[in-house]
Design a protein around this ligand. Structure first.
Ligand SMILES: [Zn+2]
Length: 402
């Protein structure tokens, strides 16, 4: 890539390495990064290029590794506080009244919000693929996880077969992968079929895992609120429910869910030994802390995950359980609980890029094309903390997704 200009900032947060005070980023024609380092070293190497001086902290575009954009029209309409089953019951009722025009309007607002928050990559979980074309049109990178659930083996496999027969990739920057919803809402034959289709094609996929205690109770003992909800609301008698009555992570391992190519989303209810097991399997974890607080009133143990060597990514989840699509709001929540600002910001950028397998995103490094974001203001003693707490941020023009 031919270098064309330099952005010289008060501080640069490359994500792969430590903060660079008085840093410079050399950009190529297409907004890709050619060189990065201390200004004193970089500027002489590229003498003669135009230099844009920025008073602020520079970071890569954000990566929101878990969202459901097609639920955006439900913003503020699904109260939490009563646990997962109460929340999802309200969501399902609302979704039965869904109109195409409301979904479209919600998507438009959501995509504008992603841009305003300087998001470059997404892991979009979708039932109807409603957001896919718009994500491609806006130049966002990442994955669309086409999510399937179903308790009854026959009808589920029929749907999976027809879905996989017409499977196609939406674009170079955006992958599509089939994804099971959860282990307690997707029959094991469906989970296996979806995972093996993704694996055969080298696709990263995603599953909601260890989100809440009702999930464990259902899988491990066929007890708790889930079996009754399926009976009353989904009309599946208990005798036809498939719960394996075995430890949650044994079941996950048996179905092939633990491994580097399946994102484990939430993990809020995972125990320390289960976190270690996920780490040992090379699993990638995605946390949605604001969503967990809204629905269950609890946070994932991000500090324990970091201590174990897991490198969690962050997602907002949908606007049915989070107040915004700004993944930095989740990073700020974790930082407020004692997670270091640099760790929290890395979760919202580079960890998300790695989770989605998009290594050109989430880091300011030669060869990457992350989109550059500036938070105006002084870098302070901890530039990552300054970036997190900055009242505004904006794209460096010419580097945003397009
Ligand atoms: Zn989700």
């Amino acid at each position: 890539m031919r270098p064309s200009r330099i952005v010289h900032a008060s501080a640069v947060l490359p994500q792969e390495g430590p903060a660079i005070l008085d840093g410079a980023v050399v950009l190529g024609d297409a907004g890709g990064v050619v060189d990065v380092g201390r200004a004193g070293a970089v500027l002489p190497r590229h003498a003669g290029l135009p230099v844009e001086v920025v008073h602020g902290v520079l970071a890569p575009g954000l990566v929101n590794a878990h969202t459901h954009l097609e639920l955006s029209w439900m913003h503020g309409l699904v109260p939490g506080g009563g646990g997962f089953v109460g929340w999802v019951d309200r969501l399902v009722t609302l979704r039965s009244e869904e109109s195409e025009s409301a979904v479209e309007a919600g998507l438009g607002v959501a995509l504008d919000a992603l841009d305003a928050s300087c998001t470059a990559g997404v892991g979009e979980v979708s039932n109807a693929l409603a957001a896919e074309a718009a994500l491609v049109a806006r130049g966002l990178a990442g994955s669309v996880f086409h999510e399937v659930f179903g308790l009854l083996e026959g009808p589920l496999l029929e749907r999976v077969t027809s879905m996989l027969a017409s499977f196609r990739a939406p674009g170079d920057r955006l992958a599509r992968a089939p994804a099971p919803h959860t282990l307690y809402t997707t029959h094991p034959s469906g989970v296996r079929a979806l995972l093996s289709f993704a694996r055969e094609r080298g696709l990263v996929t995603s599953i909601h895992m260890a989100e809440h205690p009702a999930e464990r109770l259902a899988i491990e003992r066929a007890e708790g609120p889930v079996p009754g909800w399926f009976e009353e609301r989904v009309r599946i008698p208990r005798a036809e429910q498939f719960f394996p009555r075995e430890p949650l992570f044994d079941y996950a391992a048996r179905l092939g869910v633990l491994g580097p190519d399946v994102l484990l989303v939430h993990m809020t209810d995972a125990r320390p030994d289960e976190l270690a097991r996920a780490r040992d399997a090379g699993s990638k974890v995605v946390l949605c802390p604001r969503s967990n607080v809204h629905i269950e009133g609890r946070l994932p143990d991000a500090a324990a995950m970091l201590a174990l060597g897991l490198e969690p990514a962050l997602g907002t989840d949908s606007l049915a359980s989070a107040g915004s699509l700004d993944v930095l709001d989740d990073a700020r929540l974790l930082a407020s609980t004692g997670i270091g600002a640099a760790d929290a910001l890395r979760m919202a950028t580079w960890n998300g890029a790695r989770a989605l397998g998009r290594l050109h995103l989430g880091r300011i490094a030669a060869g990457a094309r992350p989109g550059l974001v500036v938070a105006p203001g002084a870098p302070g003693a901890d530039p990552a903390a300054s970036f997190l707490s900055a009242p505004e941020r904006r794209w460096i023009p010419g580097t945003e997704p397009s």
